[in-house]
Design a protein around this ligand. Structure first.
Ligand SMILES: [Zn+2]
Length: 201
């Protein structure tokens, strides 16, 4: 459902998105049952990819990870889209990201698991943000309506910044820590157990 526009905060903290990317990749692996090498390398790729959507946020991990390069890219995306959390949190952006990944994979002959891991991380980010009160503007640039869980069910998240606590954000435990993190850990543990036991869904 559409929810009111957010105020530009990071919807879910970066470390929670990393956990989300890992859990989503492990869950996907229970279906495909890859080798241990692909399982671990894909987990690393999906974990990192889950941070990419927040590249355009002024206080995200993705913005600062490569210094001036990602700071410049962050500014470019944010300025080009007239604000943060727009093209990186919508269906159009997901289509463009997928097309870019497919093109790169074809050009550089990436194995298919790299593509799957990148897309798993990216989409897990949007799925997690849709569980928050901020939601995601899925139909941008046609509409700035935010889509996600109803506000009385959606979770409250940790703060405005990934470095909250240093910049005055809330240190209080929120549903993000009390519900989302345990839920993601549970998914990851069950997936690892299924993979180790050879159980297929
Ligand atoms: Zn986000």
């Amino acid at each position: 459902m559409a929810v009111p526009p957010g105020r530009g905060a990071v919807a879910v903290m970066g470390h929670v998105h990393m956990l989300g990317g890992t859990a989503a990749w492990l869950a996907a692996c229970t279906v495909t049952a890859p080798t241990v090498g692909v399982l671990t390398a894909g987990a690393a790729v999906a974990t990192g990819a889950a941070l990419l959507n927040d590249i355009d946020h002024e206080h995200s991990i993705a913005r600062s990870i490569l210094g001036p390069i990602t700071v410049g890219l962050s500014w470019l995306v944010r300025t080009g889209c007239g604000g943060q959390r727009r093209i990186t949190h919508c269906l159009l952006g997901t289509f463009l990201f997928s097309a870019g990944i497919a093109g790169a994979a074809s050009y550089w002959h990436w194995p298919s698991w790299v593509v799957v891991a990148l897309l798993t991380g990216w989409t897990s980010h949007i799925a997690l943000d849709m569980c928050t009160k901020q939601g995601c503007p899925l139909l941008w640039p046609l509409s700035m309506d935010r889509f996600g869980l109803p506000r009385d069910v959606a979770i409250t998240t940790g703060g405005k910044h990934d470095d909250h606590g240093k910049r005055g954000g809330s240190k209080a435990l929120t549903a993000e820590h009390l519900l989302v993190v345990p839920a993601l850990l549970t998914v990851a543990v069950i997936a690892v157990y299924m993979l180790a036991s050879g159980i297929r869904p």
